[in-house]
Design a binder for this molecule. Structure first.
Ligand code: DLZ
Ligand code: SF4
Length: 510
C-alpha cells in the first residue's frame, strides 16, 4: 500500500485538516524547530502556546490511530521543517502538506518536493478569491464581505441583510467608563505545558516578552471554553466598545480568541453561527454580532485573499516611502513617557496580545506618523503577537497600519493625532503630555507628528476627497504655526532616535 507522510505545522492543529488521510495510509510529521521559532524572535508565550498545542494535538492524532513522528525541540535535532522531513522521507512514497500560512515556508516546502493541498479551514477558497478579484479596478473588503454573508447565509433575511444594513460600525465607537471587564478565561498549566515552559525558558528567554503568567488554552476543548466565556460575558458589549481604550482594563470586551482560531483550534464558521444564535435569541445586539462576524467572515478571509494574491511583491511594498527604524521603546516601554504607547507595549510584553485599537491606533498610528519602514514594523507585529501569522499579519500591518500597499486595505491612511486617543479613552489622563497642546514641552508628541505626516504627504493626499478638509486646515494655518509644528515634530523625532541606538535588536537563540 502506498504510504504518505503528512506534515502538520504549528498553526494547522485542526481535526479536519486536508492532509489527514486515513491512518492506514498516512503517518504524521510534526516538528518543533529553531528556524520557525527564531526567523523572527517570537514572543516566549507564543512559542509556548504553539509547542504545547502541537504536543496536545499529536496525542489527539495518536488517539485517532495515526502514527506521529514528533520532534520535540532539541538544539541538536532538526533545525528546520525541511530537515525534519529529510529524516523521514525515505520511508514514504510522498510527502504532503496543507497550504502553508507563510510564503517563505511555503516556497521552501514546495522546493523540497512537498505536495500542497488546499486549506479547507478557510471560508473563501483562494481560487474563488482570485476570480472575485480578477477584473475589478478596486478591491474593497465591504463588497467581498457582502458576498460572503450571502454565500453562508449569515445574518440574512432572504437576500437582504438583517437589520436593513450590512455594516453597523458607526455604532461601535463608544468610550467605556464602567467597571473593569472580566477579561478572557484563563486556564491552569498542565503537565505538557509545564514541560514546554521549561524548554522555552531555557532556549528563548532572550526574545522580547514575559514568559511568566502563561494562561492560554492549548486544546480545541479549551478554546471552546474560552469562546463560550466570551459569548456569555463580553459579546453583548463587544460592538459598542470595540474602539475604546482604558488605563485599568486591558481586555475590555474583546474575545482574545484569535490565537486559538489562527492555530486551528476553532472553526471560523462555527464561531459566526454561534454568535448569530446569540442575536436570534435576543441575548446580544445586532451591532455586536455583526461586528464580530465581519471580523471573521469578512476581514480575516479578505486579508488572506490579498496576501496570496499579492505575494511575494506585497512584502516589499512601501507606498509612503517610509524608511525609519522602529524606536527602541517598542521593545521596552520604560523608554517612553507616552502613556498610550507605554501601556500598549507593556500589555504586549506581558500577554503577547493587545486589542485591535491599540495595534492600529497606538503602536500602529505612531509608526505610520513617524514613517517607520513597513518591513521593520511587520517584523515587530509578527514576533510579538501570539495570533500573528504572516498571511494575516502582513496585510494588516503593511496595508492597514502603514498604508504601504496603495490602498487594497484602506482608501486613506489611519493617521490620527493625540485628540483621537483622548476621545476614545483615559490614557491621556495618566500621561505627562497633554493632547490639547501642540507645541512646547507638555505637548502630546502625536499632534506635531500628525501635522508633519500631513505635510510630508501633501502631494499624495491633498486631492483625496476624505482628506481635503485636513489639507485646507493645514493650508489656512499661519506660517509661524506650521513652522512651530514641524520644528516640534523634528525635535520629537530626534528625541526618539537621538540618544538611543535605533537598530532593531537581533534576537538570537540562547
Ligand atoms: C510560529 C511557529 C513557531 C514559533 N514554531 C513552530 C514550530 O516549531 N514548528 C512548526 O511546525 N510551526 C511553528 N510555528 C508556525 C509556523 O511558523 C507557521 O506554520 C508558518 O509560519 C506558516 O504560517
Ligand atoms: Fe498618548 Fe498623547 Fe495622550 Fe499621552 S497625551 S496618552 S502621548 S495621546
Amino acid at each position: 500500500m502506498s504510504r504518505t507522510l503528512a506534515l502538520v505545522l504549528g498553526d494547522q492543529l485542526s481535526d479536519d485538516l486536508s492532509v489527514l488521510g486515513l491512518p492506514e495510509q498516512t503517518d504524521v510529521l510534526m516538528a518543533e524547530v529553531a528556524e520557525e521559532a527564531t526567523y523572527v524572535g517570537h514572543h516566549p508565550k507564543k512559542i509556548t502556546l504553539i509547542f504545547s498545542a502541537m504536543r496536545h494535538f499529536a496525542e489527539r492524532l495518536r488517539a485517532r490511530g495515526y502514527r506521529v513522528h514528533y520532534h520535540a525541540f532539541d538544539p541538536a535535532g532538526p533545525a528546520s521543517i525541511v530537515d525534519a522531513i529529510e529524516q523521514h522521507r525515505g520511508e514514504y512514497d510522498r510527502v504532503q502538506m496543507t497550504q502553508c500560512g507563510e510564503y517563505r515556508l511555503h516556497q521552501q516546502l514546495v522546493q523540497a518536493g512537498v505536495e500542497c493541498l488546499a486549506d479547507r479551514r478557510f471560508l473563501s477558497d483562494l481560487d474563488d478569491f482570485r476570480a472575485w478579484a480578477d477584473g475589478r479596478k478596486q478591491l474593497r473588503m465591504e463588497f467581498f464581505y457582502r458576498e460572503m454573508r450571502k454565500r453562508y447565509g449569515l445574518l440574512m433575511e432572504g437576500d437582504q441583510p438583517t437589520g436593513g444594513k450590512w455594516n453597523f460600525d458607526a455604532d461601535n465607537r463608544e468610550k467605556y467608563t464602567g467597571a473593569p471587564s472580566q477579561g478572557p478565561h484563563r486556564f491552569a498549566i498542565d503537565a505538557i505545558t509545564d514541560q514546554v515552559l521549561e524548554v522555552v525558558g531555557t532556549h528563548f528567554s532572550g526574545h522580547f516578552g514575559e514568559l511568566d503568567g502563561f494562561w492560554f488554552g492549548v486544546t480545541a476543548e479549551q478554546a471552546e471554553v474560552a469562546f463560550e466565556h466570551f459569548i456569555q460575558t463580553q459579546l453583548p458589549d463587544f460592538g459598542r466598545y470595540q474602539d475604546a481604550m482604558r488605563q485599568d482594563d486591558d481586555w475590555l470586551f474583546h474575545s482574545a480568541i484569535s490565537m486559538y482560531l489562527n492555530i486551528g483550534l476553532l472553526s471560523p464558521l462555527d464561531l459566526c453561527r454561534r454568535a448569530e444564535m446569540e442575536y436570534r435569541a435576543g441575548r446580544a445586539p445586532l451591532n455586536a454580532v455583526e461586528g464580530f462576524i465581519r471580523q471573521i467572515l469578512g476581514w480575516r478571509e479578505y486579508v488572506r485573499g490579498i496576501y496570496w494574491l499579492c505575494m511575494p511583491e506585497y512584502a516589499d511594498m512601501n507606498g509612503l516611502n517610509a524608511e525609519r527604524p522602529l524606536p527602541d521603546f517598542y521593545w521596552d516601554e520604560s523608554k517612553t513617557d507616552m502613556n498610550c504607547v507605554k501601556q500598549a507595549v507593556r500589555l504586549t510584553r506581558q500577554e503577547a496580545w493587545s486589542h485591535h485599537i491599540l495595534r492600529l491606533m497606538v503602536t500602529g498610528n505612531l509608526a505610520l506618523l513617524l514613517g517607520v519602514a513597513p518591513k521593520y514594523l511587520a517584523e515587530w507585529y509578527l514576533a510579538v503577537y501570539a495570533d500573528a501569522f504572516e498571511w494575516v499579519e502582513l496585510p494588516n500591518v503593511l496595508g492597514m497600519v502603514a498604508h504601504a500597499d496603495g490602498g487594497y486595505l484602506g482608501s486613506k491612511p489611519y493617521a490620527a493625532s493625540g485628540k483621537y486617543i483622548a476621545r476614545q479613552g483615559d490614557y491621556c489622563d495618566h500621561c505627562r503630555f497633554s493632547p490639547k497642546q501642540d507645541v512646547g514641552p507638555k505637548a502630546c508628541p502625536l499632534n506635531a507628528l500628525y501635522w508633519d505626516f500631513i505635510d510630508r504627504h501633501q502631494a499624495q493626499f491633498e486631492r483625496h476627497p476624505r482628506m481635503a478638509m485636513i489639507y485646507r486646515t493645514w493650508g489656512r494655518m499661519k506660517p509661524e504655526k506650521r513652522e512651530a509644528l514641524l520644528a516640534q515634530a523634528a525635535q520629537t523625532i530626534a528625541g526618539f532616535y537621538g540618544q538611543a541606538d535605533p537598530a532593531i535588536p537581533t534576537l538570537e537563540l540562547t
